[in-house]
Structure formats: C-alpha cells, structure tokens
Design a protein around this ligand. Structure first.
Ligand SMILES: *Cc1c(COP(=O)(O)O)cnc(C)c1O
Length: 362
C-alpha cells in the first residue's frame, strides 16, 4: 500500500526562519502552555479580523464545538448548515447532541443558498452555521436577516476564509466565528484553531470550556463539564510569525490562482469563481469524468482531491437517515469538483506543469 510521495503535493505550508526563531524562544522560555505567547497570538488574530476576543484552541473543530456549546446549543436543538463542506462543520453539531439540518448550496458560490434557508427553519431551530467554503464569502446579508427575524444564533465557520471580506468587512467578524490552522490552511500552526467573539459572556464560557471547565480560575474547581482544547505556546509562536506575513501569503495565493485561471482558459475545465472579497484556500475546478481525471493525475504524482464529497452521504449521516437526492445541487457539484495542487510558494513553472498534465488527463 505504500505509494511514492507526490511530485507536486496538494498543499504545502510556508514556514521560514521567523517561525523557527519564535518557536525556539518559547522552548527556551520554559513557558510552553497558557503563557503570554498564546495571548499575543489571540490578540493579533482578533485585531486582524476586527473582533473583541480571540480564544486559541487545539484545532478548528474544537473551536466549532465550543462555539455551539458557549451559545447554548443542546440536545434537541436544530442547527442549519451546508452539506458541501469539510465534515467537521456538521460533526460539531452532533457533538452537542443537536441535529444538523442541511440546506442545499448555490451553484455558483458553492455556499449555503440563503433563499432555501427559510423553509428549513422550525420551532427547534436555534442556529445557522454558514461555511465560507474555499475562501468564498457567504452572502451574509440575507443570512443575518433570517437570524434576526427568527432569533437564531449565527456562527461562521471561517476555517477556510482567513483574509476574505464581505461588504468590505472581514469574514469572521459578522458573529462568533471559527478559524483553523491545519497545515493545508493559508496560515498554519501545525494543528490549531481560534474562536473569535464580541461577547464577553461567550468568551468567558469558551475560556472555561477549553480549560477543563474552570470558570473561577481555581485549578481544581471545575464548574462546567469542560475539555482540554488548549493550544500550546509553542504552536502559538508559529501562528504569530505566520500572521506577520499574512499580506504576502494572501497576495501569493492570489497570484497562483490567477496563473492557473490564465493557463486554463480555452479548456473545458470550469475554473473557480472569482468574486469580490474571496481569499484562496484551495484552487478547485470542475471537470467531466472527475474520478478518471483524478486517478490519472495522481498516477502522474500530482496530488488532486475531490473536495468535497457531500457530508450528508458520509456513513454517520446516512445512519441518521440522510440519503442521495436530498441536496441535488451539492451532489452534482461534488461529482465534478477537483482540487488541484495549491500553496503559497507554488511557482509559475509548477502551475504550468500541473495544467499541461491536466490537459492530457482530460
Ligand atoms: C479545516 C476545516 C475545519 C476544521 O479544522 P481542523 O483544524 O482541521 O479541526 C472545519 N471546517 C472547515 C470548513 C475546514 O476547512
């Protein structure tokens, strides 16, 4: 089953001496957890996005889980989200005992279709969890209006959308929001996540929940059923260095995406949506006979993945009763999408090589 490593991987973190230096400084300081470095990372990200509180956690999934808990989502509640996302966006709902209610996506943006949300809301609906998929901002205005009209909590899954904007406002600043720093994300800490909120109350609850339920500060008083979802200062140091060069990371990714789109002109590959305010998590195209193309590309050691298969057709969701045909737009998109190699330091030569190979595989 061993396969040779891809010649061109799907993604690659951009790590340099700045990251190394800050990590070494933390290692030598002796303060590896719950220290000032984590606090600085939190402050810096919160300021970048324009939010009052940042709470670092061990990954983006944990941030989503705590966002729902801190907003009081509990067994019996329903939370509306999209079936076209990474599975964690829906799993976090199941962790709380609430029920995910999927709403089909918009064919152009791949994001939850605001026009279809209304009919999915009922008495048990407590929250809407939109996902800015691939860095494409959701249409927040109608979603926020629905939340207001029906007194619903809004939680943004912005794990793929650091740097994106909607109406000139940062994605992740419209509500309590979650970010991920997994190595395939534009800003990485290896593993890591952050919850941002403007609510003092939510921040206090998340702070306790991530730290074994300690509300008062006493080390052995556990007022809530908490978790250990903390982030290490060693990893927060990486995040600080990454955030310092976010501008250049975002600019490079834009350039790689532009190069791809230029070279794919005139082929029957559907290139990604260029839309106001998007940032680039992945470069995802649509092709006919996607599985064949993916197989041929991977045989050529160019790593490509079918981002995303529908969440509602994953086994844990099928066993809840979800089935094929329920969300036809998502299912059609899922059959056609293919994520191509994409990373900040990808050269024009690499992009041209991927495109030339892709043309042969079509
Ligand atoms: C990456 C990602 C997550 C989860 O982040 P982890 O840090 O891997 O736990 C959640 N939602 C979306 C949309 C993601 O892309």
């Amino acid at each position: 089953m061993t396969q040779s490593a891809p010649k061109i991987p799907l993604s690659k973190p951009l790590i340099g001496e700045a990251e190394e230096e800050l990590v070494i400084r933390v290692l030598r300081s002796g303060r590896l957890a719950r220290g000032p470095v984590t606090r600085t990372f939190e402050t810096n990200l919160a300021r970048y996005v324009g939010m009052k509180h940042g709470l670092a956690v061990c990954n983006g999934t944990a941030a989503l889980h705590l966002a729902l808990l801190a907003h009081g989502i509990k067994p019996g509640d329903k939370v509306i989200t999209t079936p076209f996302t990474f599975v964690a966006s829906a799993n976090c709902i199941l962790y709380t005992g609430a029920r995910p209610v999927f709403v089909d996506i918009d064919r152009q943006t791949y994001n939850i279709d605001p026009e279809k949300i209304g009919e999915a809301i009922d008495r048990d609906t407590k929250a809407i969890l939109p996902v800015h998929v691939f860095g494409i901002p959701c249409d927040m205005k109608p979603i926020m209006e629905l939340c207001e009209d029906h007194h619903l909590t809004l939680i943004e899954d912005a794990c793929e959308a650091l740097g994106a904007t909607y109406d000139d406002k940062a994605v992740g600043s419209f509500s309590t929001s979650c970010f991920s720093f997994y190595p395939n994300k534009p800003v990485t800490t290896g593993e890591g996540g952050m919850l941002l909120t403007n609510s003092d109350d939510v921040a206090a609850r998340v702070d306790a929940l991530r730290n074994q339920g300690r509300l008062g500060g006493e080390w052995l008083s556990h007022e809530l059923l908490g978790y250990n979802y903390r982030l290490s200062d060693i990893l927060a140091a990486v995040g600080i260095a990454q955030l310092r060069r976010i501008k250049s990371i975002l600019r490079r990714r834009q350039e790689v995406a532009d190069t791809y789109s230029r070279h794919l002109q005139g082929t029957n590959v559907r290139t990604p949506l260029i839309t106001e305010g998007r940032s680039w998590f992945a470069y995802v195209v649509e092709v006919e006979k996607r599985d064949d193309v993916a197989k041929k590309m991977n045989e050529r050691r160019i790593e490509c993945k079918p981002y995303f298969p529908p969440v509602h057709l994953q086994p844990p969701y099928r066993s809840l009763g979800f089935k094929e045909g329920e969300f036809p737009v998502c299912e059609e998109v899922s059959r056609r999408v293919l994520a191509l190699p994409f990373y900040s330091q990808m050269s024009r030569t690499e992009v041209r090589f991927v495109v030339s190979q892709l043309k042969r595989c079509l």
